[in-house]
Ligand binder design. Sequence first.
Ligand code: 5GP
Length: 179
Amino acid sequence: MHEAVDKILVSQEAIMKRCQELGEEISDDYRKKNTVPYVVALLKGSVPFLAELVKHIDLDIQFDFMDVSSYEGTESIGDIKINKDLDCSVKGLSILLVEDIVDTGRTLKEVTKLLKNKGAEDVKVVSLLDKPDRRTVEIEADYVGFEIPNEFVIGFGLDYDQKYRNLPFVGVLKREYYE
Ligand code: 5GP
């Protein structure tokens, strides 16, 4: 195990298995609706999850990336700044938004609102992880990989100070690294 990790919360094997289940569930749901989602992943944390998930989506999808950050320390908390926008217009599209983790829910709420304002027909969310105890705004992902307790996690895309995104599992960061 990596020296920064206190304990493994979700193993690589469990992530692989769950990505397959989610991919199959998503494929079935969209096939029933006769729709192909435009998959939008939020940089950078969702990249490993996206890469594993899309292998199991049995539809002719396209994917695209967005990078957003919140205006922390300003009055407009809750609003988001777009660092990298999508390549195409989303007007009339069914979006499947891919997130690494839903924490307070603010990012998801703002990005969903933004995509709808840009004319998206429908926005569904798939998140690898969910910390329901931390929610401050009312929003839920449509598909969740794993519910986890209120701990700061790293790995499989999730960083601390831009590091540890490449760990193949999700683990709890040792307290001494951030205290
Ligand atoms: P929210 O807007 O839901 O509060 O925050 C979502 C973002 O906060 C995630 O995309 C992620 O970047 C970050 N975040 C929330 N909890 C954790 C965590 O436990 N570990 C890491 N590395 N990032 C987190």
